[in-house]
Design a binder for this molecule. Structure first.
Ligand SMILES: Nc1ncnc2c1ncn2[C@@H]1O[C@H](COP(=O)(O)OP(=O)(O)OP(=O)(O)O)[C@@H](O)[C@H]1O
Length: 299
């Protein structure tokens, strides 16, 4: 079991550009944390600082209670956005080399190479040069490289970009498996349906600042629930003033209500709708992570 990964108050400037401003979050053992934000928001910068390949101007990264040092960083499995494999080296040799760099002996390294290439569906490519593989297969090898030394934390920069649906499933399963083993897993992605499906918690960042942080379901219901009612006449403005109704949009045959679920009584709303005529549909929905993202990032 690993301690939690704590990112505490990171500030980073590139010249005049403030890339990170008080970036703070944590990832608990066993948790999959989705790190999302527009292009240039600061995700890769944060991940590079976690890894120690880039220094923060201030702030700290901790593993458990301990500020992360060289040894702590060796325990991280990292997939850099720019990827980092040698194209002219064979898949198997490269993975074995990385495993030995992390202190494994030859036999243990060979076992780890066999296990991870098998698990990630590239076992038959171990004798090929990395550069001869398709981009998706190179990415599978890159994930194997992040996992080969049995890391205590996983930090993956856009691991899903460019993968086919089968590879997305394999990658998702591996992340879930590693989290179930009790390690903190953080990954960045622009594929928000995937983040919504896979992550326990998310951080949405914009222009170097954390804008929304929390459990996916909580964040989604934070802005209220939408209730769509088909049937009632638009003229009557029948939902105005009902308790818990915070906004109402009256269309020709559909009324869309924003409701505060803690206050609204859905049966009272339905009764009010029925007083205007027959109701054909009465359904609630919460915003998707994509909708929430647009709202947060444009605010
Ligand atoms: N080495 C650098 N020198 C100067 N500016 C940089 C450098 N690296 C990143 N930046 C800038 O810092 C900001 C944050 O970049 P970063 O790569 O962390 O964003 P990101 O969220 O990972 O974006 P993307 O989703 O496009 O990968 C951007 O404005 C970027 O142009």
């Amino acid at each position: 079991m690993t301690g939690e990964l704590v990112v505490d108050g990171l500030h980073k400037r590139y010249g005049d550009l403030v890339a990170l401003r008080d970036m703070t979050f944590h990832v608990s053992p066993g948790e999959i944390f989705g790190f999302v934000g527009s292009n240039g928001a600061g995700k890769s910068t944060t991940m590079r600082i976690i890894l120690g390949v880039l220094a923060a101007d201030s702030g700290e990264v901790r593993l458990g209670a301990t500020p992360i040092d060289f040894d702590g960083r060796r325990r991280i499995g990292y997939m850099p956005e720019e990827r980092g494999l040698y194209p002219k080296m064979k898949v198997g040799d490269q993975l074995a080399f990385l495993a030995r760099l992390h202190g494994m002996d030859n036999a243990t390294a060979a076992d780890a190479v066999a296990r991870w290439t098998q698990r990630l569906g590239v076992a038959e490519r171990v004798d090929d040069n990395v550069g001869d593989l398709s981009l998706g297969n190179q990415q599978r090898v890159q994930l194997a490289a992040a996992l080969i030394h049995d890391p205590a934390v996983l930090v993956l920069d856009e691991p899903f970009s460019g993968l086919d649906p089968v590879a997305v499933d394999v990658m998702s399963d591996v992340l879930k498996e590693k989290a179930a083993e009790g390690i903190p897993v953080i990954f960045s992605s622009h594929q928000l349906e995937l983040v919504q499906r896979l992550c326990d918690r998310v951080g949405i960042i914009a222009r170097g600042e954390m804008k929304a942080l929390g459990r996916v379901d909580e964040l989604r219901s934070r802005g209220g629930v939408t209730l769509e009612v088909s049937g009632p006449s638009a003229d009557s403005r029948w939902a105005d003033g009902l308790p818990g109704v915070t906004a109402a949009t009256y269309g020709e045959s559909v009324t869309e209500l924003r409701i505060d679920p803690a206050v609204a009584d859905d049966q009272a709303i339905l009764a009010a709708a029925l007083r205007t005529g027959p109701v054909h549909r009465f359904a609630t929905s919460t915003p998707t992570l994509t909708e929430l993202f647009r709202e947060v990032v444009s605010a």
